[in-house]
Design a protein around this ligand. Structure first.
Ligand SMILES: [Zn+2]
Length: 253
């Protein structure tokens, strides 16, 4: 039983507990190329949050990891079989309910630990922050915590070398053999400026990638996954510790 994982701990341990920071991992349920499980984003968010929390807990951080929310925004993938979408308004409702409880119980720090590129919590956090002004709510995307090019030869965006390496390390039992891996080739918008990042439209996933992946996974290895996991959890655990210690009334210097 890990005392910093809510799903594993118990009332006996919690009835007199005072946590400083709640962490809410949030993933998605979606196809990941041919070879990775639909739960890839959940497995990664779950295990990276848990290991980072273990390191932070061992350094004295009073943190509690809430159960991972398994569905994310997949509006662009409604024609990919069994990609499950929940809308931004549903995410707002879920977060609103969770924050109401945390605020009432005086756990004033919440970190939304995001593991899915389609999730966009900023407008939600702005709106709920206005309502719950005692709360310090922040959002992290673990996949942006490190420079991927220091770990991977061919990093992409979805079910790529990074995600395949991580799953080979974390859940090799759920990864199909290499001859089943698709190339993760994606089609770009004919209007070239869409690649520049200052104009956006939602991509219809079935039209941009045959195997649903973006980024060729073929150079993925378990060793690359292990090295990345080690470094990313150390970095994130330091963040957890810092947020725990921070005086939220005096956060700026
Ligand atoms: Zn993913």
């Amino acid at each position: 039983m890990r005392p910093y994982i809510l799903a594993e701990t118990n009332w006996n341990a919690l009835k007199n507990e005072n946590f400083e920071l709640a962490i809410l991992p949030w993933g998605a349920t979606e196809a990941h190329n041919y070879h990775l499980p639909y739960s890839t984003d959940n497995i990664q968010a779950d295990l990276i949050a848990a290991e980072s929390a273990r390191l932070a807990w061992d350094n004295g951080a009073k943190i509690i990891v809430l159960p991972t929310i398994p569905f994310g925004i997949n509006t662009g993938q409604k024609d990919i079989y069994l990609d499950i979408n929940i809308n931004p308004s549903t995410q707002f409702a879920i977060l609103s309910d969770i924050i109401e409880v945390l605020n009432y119980q005086k756990i004033f720090k919440l970190l939304i630990f995001n593991g899915h590129g389609g999730n966009d919590f900023k407008p939600i956090v702005r709106e709920l922050g206005l309502k719950y002004h005692n709360m310090f709510i922040c959002i992290s995307n673990w996949y942006q915590a490190l420079d991927k090019t220091n770990y991977f030869d061919n990093p992409g965006e979805h079910a790529d070398e990074l995600e395949t390496s991580l799953l080979l390390y974390l859940r090799p039992d759920l990864v199909l053999p290499i001859d089943k891996w698709g190339e993760g080739k994606d089609k770009k918008n004919k209007i070239k400026v869409f690649s520049e990042g200052w104009i956006w439209t939602e991509r219809k996933w079935s039209q941009i990638s045959e195997d649903t992946g973006i980024g060729n996974p073929k150079l993925a290895t378990m060793e690359k996954g292990a090295r990345y996991f080690h470094d990313v959890t150390i970095k994130i655990s330091k963040l957890f510790c810092e947020i725990c210690k921070a005086d939220i009334e005096n956060i700026n210097e």
